[in-house]
Design a protein around this ligand. Sequence first.
Ligand code: NAD
Ligand code: DAU
Length: 351
Amino acid sequence: MTEKETILITGGAGFIGSHVVRRFVKSEKYIIVNLDKLTYAGNLENLRDIEDNPNYKFVKGDICDFAFIKELFSKYDFKGVIHLAAESHVDRSISNPMEFIQTNVVGTVGLLNAAKDSWANIGDRRFYHVSTDEVYGSLGETGFFTETTPYDPQSPYSASKASSDHFVRAYGNTYGLPFVISNCSNNYGPNHFPEKLIPLMIHNIKNGKPLPVYGKGENVRDWLYVEDHARAIELIFEKGKNGDTYNIGGFNEWKNIDLVHLLCDVMDDKLGNSQGTSRKLITYVKDRAGHDLRYAIDATKLQQELGWEPSLQFKEGLEKTIDWYLANEKWLQDVTSGDYLKYYDEHYANR
Ligand code: NAD
Ligand code: DAU
């Protein structure tokens, strides 16, 4: 039997990271070390079902703590890193850009340094950087982002992610660090913090609260179910070409207002309301500063080279997502009240 490789996943307690960690742990092919600071967006309840799995280890820590990261790399012989830890919310980046530079840029460079310095036989390792389509800027009414679209980030969040992408490529070019990058469109699904559009709307509809639509609601996003993203990450990590970039998207564009209408109608059905009840909660509010008009990913390369396709129809994915939020009221309460850290204290502090 071949020995299982040990992989470091950063940000594994967050939204996308939790689905990636679960997928890799359940594959039985790897030992997964999940490094997460447990900011407001990281919740170990997301990984309750695998916390006792022998292929899984959680480490609480900050990617910006370089001494700690160095120690971690000497403790484990990581064959690869899948880097998801980040500050991820555009609105927060507008009110507090420095935190985004610190985690997304400085933290990423710290990890790159640790990998470069620790990996004796650098050739058979891989640093996988998980990034966003927002690095490409904003599209007009037509066209798609491809892997060769020039970078043109427009918000402090996307500028910090673009900068981290550049550092990853620079480490590949300068030090020969084997890397791969993916840039994905908007994800949705379980474990999504209710500050982002879809979970916020579900939460507010359920509680009869106003549904804040920025500007005229005409901005367009391309939505992908989070488990389809996790499946793409596994495929790219295992089969992607070193030094390459892969775009990941849902081929699924929605104007925000149309999406909010759909959510209202599906929720009315599920809550037993008469149709039209939830739409009355829609409130147009001041637009996000510098709000990107449209994102749309051309994921042809991933489709053709690695055979990936989104597996879920949007309506089906939304139903699954809504059902999950309706069944997980305690999760919502914990993350919105800050009580999620109790879970760490009760389940992990003495491990
Ligand atoms: P998230 O905010 O839900 O989770 C981020 C995780 O990183 C949290 O668990 C948090 O505790 C952890 N973290 C933050 N700062 C840290 C630090 N200094 N040290 C260690 N851990 C830290 O984010 P997400 O939506 O799951 O996004 C994950 C990654 O995917 C990010 O890099 C993001 O840019 C990228 N991405 C997200 C989307 C999306 O639609 N959500 C789309 C494309 C790419
Ligand atoms: O495209 C990938 C990106 O998608 C990721 O890199 C980011 O981490 C992720 O947060 C997401 O960014 P967005 O800014 O597109 O997501 P958000 O859910 O914040 O907003 C989606 C759209 O909905 C956007 O046009 C702004 C609008 N919006 C958002 C909120 C929170 C509203 O109209 N009202 C709201 O209350």
